[in-house]
Design a binder for this molecule. Structure first.
Ligand SMILES: Nc1nc2c(ncn2[C@@H]2O[C@H](COP(=O)(O)OP(=O)(O)OP(=O)(O)O)[C@@H](O)[C@H]2O)c(=O)[nH]1
Ligand SMILES: [Mg+2]
Length: 424
């Protein structure tokens, strides 16, 4: 641990390229960005090509001395592996290297721990971390217990007992966290129900981390004249957003909709994390429409599209309609603002192509809608207030026996209230 907060901890990155994986270089670049996002200084990198991973160390055992020499020379604080290590690989590496070792998953978890702000996000992250750490802690403790006690020695029993206590304590903690999360998740469901009474359609921003979801949210908030404090955090950093924020987008002359900004996805997003974020990702599952944001300045954006699509499947949002938003066209001269079917090319930061995007959104959301005149008698107060909150009323006039409304409403409502439709 460094004395000063100003001095960053120094990390060495290790990558094992198994079977000439075509995406290896991109994934090492991403690991570097993850480390920087986690506030480490990357001071060295070591790679090895292998046909298959080494069972004890993941990397070939011959490389261990090389890593150690590199770390000693560079005065490193920790070593980060670009893959998930098994509990035994992790404990073997810690023993052999005598450095702190992180794998890709625990690095991502560490970023989430640092970034989580709301109580729910904090609990979700803690839970994911515990789930991931549980078998690994036990692996490390087990070897410690054996070292202390020695096989067949008298003290062996007490080591095992401590281990069992540890396991129980962690399991108990997991149980408590789960209970607390359920309470929060129920509260969120109630909030969502309240919101859905208003029946405003929900559009969710989804996509790879750093693709520009939050920037687009802020740009759309600006366009609809929302004050600064409604804005969300946008940053050139992986996993800038962890919490779902929902905002109302209202552009003059258009019906309102809700827009949800959510946590970004990444290759090999730890499974426990996806599970733990289930309730915050509920906003995505409940959405009427997804805006899949793609960063076209990233050389591997096609791979990122696939990863996002797979993750959407995994969280149960695979069947929702999607608009593919190719973002950051300002960075590549070959792209121009255009919309083709359900694809649109924009720049959220430079505000290029936003009208095209909005038109697509409105078309997708409101082609389920119909424009008509309705005449609602004064004794139908309930219907009037229903339409007030569920339809977009363009104009209305008070007549002798009721209100004449010029509106846009759901086609299903049109059918339901057909007897009140004025211009059949
Ligand atoms: N050049 C350019 N940069 C952009 C554009 N849109 C967003 N960015 C930049 O991309 C970086 C990431 O933007 P965010 O909006 O934070 O991305 P995000 O998808 O919300 O990221 P996470 O919350 O980490 O998942 C920021 O530095 C933005 O300024 C764009 O249209 N053009
Ligand atoms: Mg964001």
């Amino acid at each position: 641990m460094r004395m000063s907060n100003l001095q960053k901890e120094k990390a060495i990155l290790i990558g094992v390229n198994i079977n000439k994986w075509h995406n290896f270089n991109a994934s090492m670049d991403e690991l570097k960005n993850l480390a920087i996002s986690c506030d480490y200084e990357v001071i060295g990198q070591l790679e090895q090509n292998l046909k298959e991973a080494n069972r004890s160390f993941y990397i070939g055992s011959g490389k261990i001395d090389e890593i150690k020499a590199l770390a000693d020379r560079a005065d490193a604080d920790l070593i980060i592996f670009n893959n998930e290590l098994t509990p035994s690989q992790l404990s073997n590496l810690v023993k052999a290297l005598k450095y702190r070792v992180l794998d890709r998953t625990s690095l991502i978890l560490e970023i989430f721990v640092k970034r989580a702000k709301t109580k729910e996000a904090k609990l979700q992250v803690e839970m994911a971390k515990l789930q991931y750490m549980l078998p690994r802690l036990i692996g490390i403790n087990e070897s410690l217990a054996q070292q202390k006690g020695g096989v067949g020695s008298k003290t062996r029993g007490s080591g095992e007992k401590a281990l069992e206590l540890d396991r129980r304590r962690l399991e108990r903690k997991l149980y408590e966290l789960n209970k607390e999360l359920n309470i929060l998740s129920n509260r969120r469901t109630i909030q969502r129900k309240k919101r859905s009474k208003g029946e405003l359609p929900i559009v969710a921003l989804v996509g790879y981390t750093n693709s520009g979801k939050s920037t687009l949210m802020n740009t759309l908030l600006d366009i609809s004249g929302k004050p600064e404090h409604k804005k969300v955090v946008e940053k050139d950093m992986l996993f800038a957003t962890l919490d779902t924020s929902v905002r109302k987008i209202e552009k003059t002359g258009y019906p309102a909709f809700l827009l949800a900004d959510t946590v970004g996805f990444i290759d090999n997003l730890p499974h426990d994390l996806v599970k733990a974020f289930r309730s915050t990702l509920e906003e995505v599952r409940m959405a009427d429409l997804l805006l899949h944001i793609i960063d076209i300045s990233n050389p591997d954006y096609e791979g990122q599209i696939k990863i996002t699509e797979n993750t959407l499947q995994e969280i149960g949002a695979g069947n929702i309609s999607v608009i593919y938003v190719f973002n950051k066209i300002d960075t590549e001269s070959e792209f121009q603002a255009k919309a083709v079917n359900n694809k649109v090319f924009i720049s959220a930061r430079k505000r290029i192509g936003l009208e095209l995007l909005l038109n697509l959104i409105y078309e997708e959301l409101f082609n389920k809608y119909i424009e008509c005149l309705m005449f609602v008698p004064y004794n139908q107060g309930k219907l009037l207030s229903y339409l007030n909150s569920n339809a977009y009323i363009k104009t209305f006039s008070h007549e002798e026996k009721g209100v004449l409304l010029d509106l846009r409403c759901l086609k299903s409502d049109y059918k339901k209230f057909y007897e009140f439709v004025y211009n059949k």
